[in-house]
Design a binder for this molecule. Structure first.
Ligand code: ADP
Length: 304
C-alpha cells in the first residue's frame, strides 16, 4: 500500500493558501502529520478523504487517483473528522448499525457481527445501549474510530483525535490506534508531538501549507542528537537568549524556565546536552533549522 501525494495546492476563496505544493509518500503503517493549528492539516485530510478537491496536484492510492475515483476510494476509506458530529439521542449500537448500512453492509446478520466486533474492539460493548450524546470525550473518539473501521478500510484518516482528551483517555486511544494493523495506512493528523512519538513510524511536519520535514522519528532524532543543549535561565533573560542563540523551545519546569538551544557545539558555559527527543525535532523543523527549509535558511544566512 502506498499513498503518493504530489504537488497539492489549495487556496481558499479568502486568499489563504492552505496547501502549498505538498508532496509526500506515505507507506503502510502509522503516519504522523504534525503541525500547529492553521498549518493545513485538515485541508489535506479532507482532500485525501474525497470531501474536497485541491486546485492542482494529485493524490494516488496504489496508483488510483483519489479525486478522479472518489467512489472506489470511499469504499476503502475510514475517516474520523476533527468535528465528528454525533446524534445525541441514538444508542451507540443503533448508530453504528446505521453507519454500517450506509457503508453498504446490507445483510443484517453480517452487520450485527461487524457492529458487535467493533464495539468490543473499541471497548464500548458494555455501553452499547447508551445514547452517544452522553458519552465522554474519550468514548466519543473511540466511537469515532469504530465507525471509521466499518468495512475493514485500507486507508484510515484520523484528524486531531486526541485534542481535549485527558491523559488516561489518550493512552487508551493510543492503544486502540496501535492495534489497527500495519497492513493499512493510518494517517494521524495532530498538533501533539507525543501522539506521533508514541505511535508513528513515519512522519511529516507541515507549516503554513508546506512540508518542512519528513522521515522516520528515530533517525530524525538521531540526526540532531548531539545538537540540542539545555539550560535553566531566569524568565526575564529569555529574550536575550533568543537573540544570542537558536532557542528552539522554552518551557516552565517547577516554576523555572528551561530552554533548548540548537548548536553544533556547546553554545556557552552552563549548557549541557539535552538528549534530543521528537519535540526538539519538531521545534527545530518549525524554526527552519531542519529538513527541507533548512537548506533555504542556510542559504539565506550565507547570503547576508
Ligand atoms: P489545521 O488543520 O492544520 O489547523 P486547516 O487546514 O484547518 O489547518 O487550515 C489551514 C488554513 O486555511 C488556516 O489559515 C485556515 O484558517 C484556512 N481555512 C481552512 N478552511 C477554510 C475555509 N473553508 N475557508 C477559508 N479558509 C479556510
Amino acid at each position: 500500500m502506498e499513498l503518493r501525494i504530489q504537488h497539492l495546492n489549495k487556496t481558499y476563496d479568502n486568499g489563504v493558501k492552505a496547501l502549498n505544493d505538498i508532496s509526500l509518500t506515505i507507506p503502510a503503517g502509522m503516519f504522523g502529520l504534525l503541525g500547529p493549528n492553521g498549518a493545513g492539516k485538515s485541508t489535506l485530510m479532507r482532500t485525501l478523504s474525497t470531501l474536497q478537491d485541491a486546485d492542482s496536484g494529485s493524490a494516488t492510492l496504489d496508483g488510483i487517483n483519489i479525486s478522479e475515483n472518489k467512489d472506489s476510494v470511499r469504499r476503502v476509506l475510514g475517516y474520523l473528522p476533527q468535528d465528528f458530529g454525533l446524534y445525541p439521542k441514538v444508542s451507540a449500537y443503533d448508530l453504528l448499525d446505521h453507519f454500517a448500512s450506509l457503508k453498504g453492509i446490507s445483510q443484517s446478520k453480517q452487520r450485527k457481527e461487524v457492529v458487535e466486533a467493533l464495539l468490543h474492539q473499541t471497548n464500548l460493548y458494555n455501553v452499547k445501549n447508551k445514547h452517544v450524546g452522553g458519552f465522554s470525550g474519550g468514548m466519543r473518539q473511540r466511537f469515532g474510530i469504530a465507525q471509521a473501521l466499518i468495512g475493514d478500510p485500507k486507508l484510515i484518516i484520523v484528524d486531531e483525535p486526541t485534542a481535549g482528551l485527558d491523559p488516561e483517555e489518550r493512552v487508551r486511544f493510543h492503544n486502540l490506534l496501535s492495534d489497527i494493523g500495519n497492513d493499512k495506512i493510518v494517517i494521524l493528523s495532530t498538533h501533539i508531538v507525543e501522539d506521533v512519538a508514541d505511535l508513528c513510524n513515519h512522519m511529516a511536519v507541515i507549516r503554513q501549507g508546506q512540508v518542512v520535514l519528513q522521515g522516520q522519528p528515530l533517525p530524525l532524532i538521531e540526526q540532531i542528537a548531539d545538537q540540542v543543549w539545555k539550560r535553566f535561565i531566569d524568565k526575564s533573560e529569555l529574550a536575550l537568549y533568543q537573540q544570542e542563540f537558536r532557542v528552539i523551545s522554552s518551557r516552565l519546569i517547577s516554576g523555572r524556565t528551561l530552554i533548548h538551544v540548537y548548536a553544533e557545539d556547546q553554545p556557552a558555559e552552563g549548557f549541557t546536552p539535552a538528549h534530543a527527543n521528537l519535540e526538539d525535532v519538531y521545534f527545530a523543523a518549525m524554526a527552519g533549522l531542519l529538513g527541507t527549509s533548512a537548506a533555504t535558511t542556510t542559504a539565506s544566512t550565507a547570503n547576508v
